[in-house]
Design a protein around this ligand. Structure first.
Ligand SMILES: [Zn+2]
Length: 117
């Protein structure tokens, strides 16, 4: 399976089969995603050291910025919405995608520092 799909599906970088998260989280129910400490299939340790996922905040920041820019381009430049409506829509999309951003930023981060050997 292509690496991008593994990252988006939050698969283990080692075996590409085990799941990184046992709960995907739900913003509307105020449930945060829950991450496995080890891969259930190959026993790969996801958090290499304490605070390893601190850096995924920067990945998350980049994801949210890209989503907001895409929202602004779509709704302001193409659909010609007013500025206040574009801001409200961009904030709403950022909130609704928060659990997806949390999971995918950690997944991107762990794949960035994983080497096959
Ligand atoms: Zn694994």
């Amino acid at each position: 399976m292509p690496k991008v799909l593994n990252i988006l599906k939050c698969k283990c970088p080692n075996c590409k089969d085990g799941k990184m998260f046992y709960k995907t989280g739900n913003f509307l129910l105020l449930k945060a995603p829950k991450m496995n400490a080890f891969c259930k299939k190959c026993n790969f340790k996801f958090e290499k050291e304490p605070g390893f996922f601190f850096g995924s905040m920067f990945v998350s920041y980049a994801l949210v910025a890209a989503e907001m820019i895409a929202t602004a381009v779509l709704f302001r430049l193409i659909l010609n919405f007013s500025y206040i409506n574009v801001i409200i829509i961009a904030i709403t999309i950022a909130i609704l995608l928060s659990t997806f951003n949390f999971r995918s930023s950690r997944s991107i981060w762990i794949y960035m520092f994983y080497s096959e050997d």
